[in-house]
Design a binder for this molecule. Structure first.
Ligand code: NIG
Ligand code: FE
Length: 412
């Protein structure tokens, strides 16, 4: 593996040594930065960094690529802890339906939405799904994503759910991004189980989970707890079964309604509870005492025109907040984490520093990768973004829609 020396860095930002857990509350705003810096990568790991005057000796390393980053910033690559990028087709016809007045929920009720994606996926081969997901991974990488969590959930049959998880397993091996897999068989009830919800839950618990454990196909279990989807009681039952099979929860809750899913997730030791566009006092109390990370998905709010998760309030209450893309064909057809940073600042009123930390170090913790990446720390994987020549770090969220990434360095 080639060693790399990046020198003359205008700003090296996101430095965190001795960090053991996600940043909570006011700490999210802390972003150490060194001006006129260097960073050296040895065997894929961050080996040294500091002021340019302290660089002596490294220039002589053998097998060394030297990158001049004059005028550029170096930051940790984004850690996108929530995505659904294994799917068959985009759903822009539903987008047009919404422009013409239907709501996301109405589209779901008339057979569009998740069930539409599941029908589209049923006939595709593992190879076809793998190819299109690889393309999406390359796309998000070009916008700076270095690690990503990917969910199943567009299968909704034993065969198709396992097919998606096998595709994710192949992506883990083939891609240079670091990937975590989440089993979301409980994404929606298939049409044939509309009147027999318990029957589908039996399939999830008795037929899918044992194979997933035996073939080591997932790291986490997810459930979409929402009106017309999975009830809190069903969430509780499925999470308990997932935990028995070695999967920690990372769940969809409070997107449209508050049903008590946050508390149930925390009870089962959820790594994260995600969406949280709706968030009440009970949830605030629960999350301020929990180790569970609150993951908000501002691109989904942007695209569906629903409320943004109240992350400022969460930070005031000392909650650990991460931000992720939710890249999927229905509610968020974008995996651009720079845009997530822009929305965080523009719509959620986070500072550029809070936005960056919530999409790097806290995103890493929301995938249990916090000790491996997400910050500039000696010994961590060298997963880094070198920006284009920009005036300051705040330029990244400010210049929404522009791609500020010049190069991404990834090691596995
Ligand atoms: O996270 N809310 C549930 N699942 C996805 C969207 C699914 C879809 O519309 O295809 C989400 O937004
Ligand atoms: Fe999602």
């Amino acid at each position: 593996m080639q060693n790399i020396l990046i020198k003359n860095i205008k700003g090296l930002a996101g430095i965190l040594e001795n960090n053991q857990a996600a940043l909570r509350g006011a700490n999210l705003n802390e972003l150490q930065q060194i001006e006129n810096a260097f960073l050296a990568i040895e065997n894929g790991k961050i080996a040294y960094y500091g002021k340019m005057e302290e660089m002596a000796g490294i220039n002589d390393w053998r097998n060394l690529e030297i990158i001049d980053a004059e005028g550029k910033f170096v930051i940790p690559a984004y850690c996108d802890s929530h995505s659904h990028i294994v799917f068959a087709k985009y759903r822009e016809t539903e987008f047009v339906d919404r422009i013409n007045g239907l709501t996301y929920e109405e589209i779901g009720e008339k057979g569009g939405g998740i069930l539409n994606s599941a029908n589209n996926l049923a006939n595709l081969s593992e190879d076809e799904l793998f190819e299109s997901a690889m393309e999406r991974l390359e796309l998000v990488k070009s916008f700076g994503t270095g690690a990503i969590e990917i969910k199943s959930g567009y299968g909704l049959t034993v065969t198709s759910e396992l097919k998606i998880l096998r595709v994710i397993k192949r992506l883990k091996e083939a891609s240079d991004l670091t990937i975590k897999a989440t089993f979301l068989g409980a994404h929606a009830f298939p049409a044939e189980f509309k009147e027999n919800n318990a029957g589908y839950i039996r399939q999830i618990i008795d037929e899918m989970l044992p194979v997933i454990e035996a073939e080591n196909l997932a790291d986490y279990i997810d459930v979409f707890c929402e009106r017309n989807y999975f009830s809190p009681e069903q969430l509780d039952e499925i999470l308990a079964a997932g935990v028995k099979h070695g999967l920690k929860p990372k769940i969809h809750v409070n997107q449209f309604s508050i049903l008590g899913g946050v508390e149930i997730g925390v009870k089962h030791g959820a790594v994260s509870v995600d969406h949280l566009e709706e968030f009440d006092e009970n949830d605030t109390v629960t999350m301020s005492k929990a180790n569970t990370i609150a993951t908000a998905l501002p691109s989904c709010s942007f695209f569906l025109g629903i409320p943004y998760s109240p992350v400022k309030k969460m930070l005031k209450n000392n909650i650990a907040v991460a931000l992720a893309s939710d890249y999927n064909p229905g509610s968020t057809p974008s995996g651009n984490m720079q845009f997530v940073n822009s929305l965080a600042c523009i719509q959620m009123k986070l500072t550029p520093e809070e936005a960056l930390n919530s999409t790097t170090i806290n995103g890493a913790y929301a995938m249990e990768l916090g000790d491996e990446m997400g910050s500039i720390t000696i010994g961590k994987k060298a997963n880094l973004i070198i920006t284009k020549k920009i005036s300051s770090l705040a330029y990244i969220p400010y210049s929404f829609g522009e791609n500020c990434v010049e190069r991404i360095i990834l090691s596995k």
